[in-house]
Ligand binder design. Structure first.
Ligand code: SAM
Length: 214
C-alpha cells in the first residue's frame, strides 16, 4: 500500500484525464518536458531502458524511438487506467512492454538495464520506500548504468519564490515538500550511486538528476 501522505498513486478522474490535466497545469508543456528529459538522459540506440511509474506512456513512446526497434523498454506501474492509456499510446511499438509491478517491491527484469528513468514518482514515496526502490534499481541496472530522476528541485520553501510555494501548498502532497527540502542527491549517493549532473528545468522548479551506478 502507498502512503496516505502521497498523491502519486493516480486513479479515477485524475487518471482518466491525466494528460489533459497536466497539460492545463503546465500551459501545455508537460509532455514536452518529459520527452526532453528522456532525450537528455543520454540514451542511445541499442540501450535497454526501464521506467518506474511509467504513467500514461509519454516517456515510453519517446524511448521506443530513441533505442531503436530491436531493443527494449519496460515500464512498471500499478495504475490500471494509467497503464491502459500507456498501452494505447504505444500500440504497435514492439520494443515496448508494461508490467503491473509496485516499484518498492522486489522485482527482476528480463535484462540488466542501461538506464532507469523515473519522473514525478519519487517525491511521493516515504523514505523507506525510496530506499527499497533504489535497491531494486541497483539490482537491475548494469555497472555504470544511468539512473535518471525528473522531479522537483531542491528548495527551501520559506526562502523560495511564490510559484513553487503555491504548487506545494495548493497542489502537492506533504511528501513532495519534504522531497524538495531533503538532500536527495546525497540520499541516493549513500545507496551506491554517484551524482553525474543536475539539469534545472522550468524556472528552476524541476530538475533532471543524473546518477550512475558505482
Ligand atoms: C504522478 S504520475 C507520473 C507518471 C509519469 N511518470 C509522468 O511523469 O507523467 C505517478 C505514476 O506512478 C505510478 N505509481 C505510483 N506509486 C507507484 C508504486 N508504488 N509502484 C508503481 N507505480 C506507482 C502511478 O500509478 C502513476 O502512473
Amino acid at each position: 500500500m502507498g502512503s496516505e501522505r502521497s498523491k502519486v498513486e493516480v486513479k479515477g478522474f485524475e487518471a482518466k484525464y491525466y494528460d489533459l490535466l497536466m497539460g492545463v497545469l503546465t500551459f501545455g508543456q508537460y509532455s514536452r518536458w518529459i520527452r526532453k528529459s528522456a532525450r537528455e538522459t543520454g540514451v542511445k540506440p541499442g540501450w535497454k531502458v526501464a521506467e518506474l511509474g511509467s504513467g500514461t506512456g509519454i516517456a515510453a513512446c519517446e524511448f521506443s524511438k530513441l533505442i531503436g526497434p530491436s531493443w527494449k523498454y519496460i515500464g512498471l506501474d500499478i495504475g490500471k487506467e494509467m497503464m491502459e492509456k500507456a498501452r494505447k499510446k504505444c500500440r504497435g511499438r514492439e520494443n515496448v512492454d508494461f508490467l503491473f509491478q509496485r516499484i518498492e517491491e522486489p522485482f527482476t527484469l528480463p535484462f540488466k538495464a542501461d538506464l532507469f528513468f523515473v519522473s514525478f514518482v519519487i517525491h511521493g514515496l516515504e523514505d523507506e520506500d525510496k530506499e527499497k526502490v533504489l535497491e531494486n534499481v541497483r539490482a537491475n541496472l548494469k555497472e555504470g548504468g544511468i539512473f535518471a530522476v525528473f522531479d522537483y528541485s531542491q528548495m527551501e520553501m520559506e526562502k523560495t519564490w511564490f510559484l513553487p510555494r503555491i504548487i506545494m501548498k495548493k497542489l502537492e502532497c506533504p511528501l513532495a515538500r519534504e522531497f524538495a527540502e531533503m538532500d536527495f542527491p546525497s540520499f541516493v549517493e549513500r545507496r551506491g550511486f554517484s551524482l553525474l549532473e543536475i539539469k534545472k528545468k522550468f524556472l528552476g522548479i524541476f530538475s533532471l538528476y543524473l546518477f550512475t551506478k558505482k
